[in-house]
Design a protein around this ligand. Structure first.
Ligand code: FE
Ligand code: ZN
Ligand code: FE
Ligand code: FE
Length: 195
């Protein structure tokens, strides 16, 4: 009797502790996944912070080399937006309670290098403008991908304010891309072909 009871108690207590352990593992793994997502978010934010700051220096060079007034206007207004985007990223770092740190984005460094190559390889005028648009649209697409991902991460983490800030920038990047497509379709590509 005694033995049976003790065995049964042991078995109950074993099963209880096992299910407790399982529950603990479950919540700690969820917690560590959320921490990992937070870390990944921060890394991506550092990446796009570097990229946006690099663009505040690269866009003025594109403006200087562009001929079409429409293209110059579009790049100038996107330069203003880009400066605001840098500030928005700094705001997100502060919401997270982190220092704003940039980490070199090799992809953006490459896209900017390609833009410089296109500019130096083309003759001033419609051809160079077409090249600038091509390079700038690659930049916008890269940014759209990054901000889209960051929005999804913020949503998953339940960071509503951060998601809204990122959403504002994402819309600006999409509009910049659409604006460049319009300029290319309306004038530059035809002028470039006729030249
Ligand atoms: Fe941007
Ligand atoms: Zn990047
Ligand atoms: Fe990168
Ligand atoms: Fe942009």
């Amino acid at each position: 009797m005694k033995t049976t009871k003790s065995t049964s108690n042991k078995s109950v207590s074993k099963s209880t502790s096992r299910s407790k352990a399982r529950r603990t593992n479950g919540s700690s793994s969820r917690e560590s996944k959320s921490n990992q997502l937070e870390e990944l978010f921060e890394e991506e934010l550092k990446d796009i912070y570097w990229a946006e700051k690099a663009l505040t220096k690269a866009i003025p060079k594109m403006i200087k080399k562009a001929s079409s007034a429409n293209l110059v206007d579009a790049l100038e207004s996107h330069l203003d937006e880009t400066e605001q985007q840098v500030s928005r990223i700094e705001k997100i770092f502060s919401i997270m309670g982190k220092d704003a740190k940039a980490k070199k984005c090799e992809a953006m460094a490459g896209l900017i290098k390609e833009a410089e190559e296109i500019i130096s390889d083309t003759e001033e005028g419609p051809m160079r403008d077409a090249g600038i648009i091509a390079a700038a649209q690659k930049v916008e697409h890269y940014e759209i991908a990054t901000y889209g991902t960051l929005c999804t991460f913020a949503k998953t983490l339940g960071w509503e304010e951060v998601k809204a800030i990122l959403g504002t920038t994402l819309e600006e990047e999409k509009n910049a891309d659409l604006g460049l497509t319009e300029i290319a379709e309306e004038c530059i590509n035809i002028e470039a072909a006729e030249a």
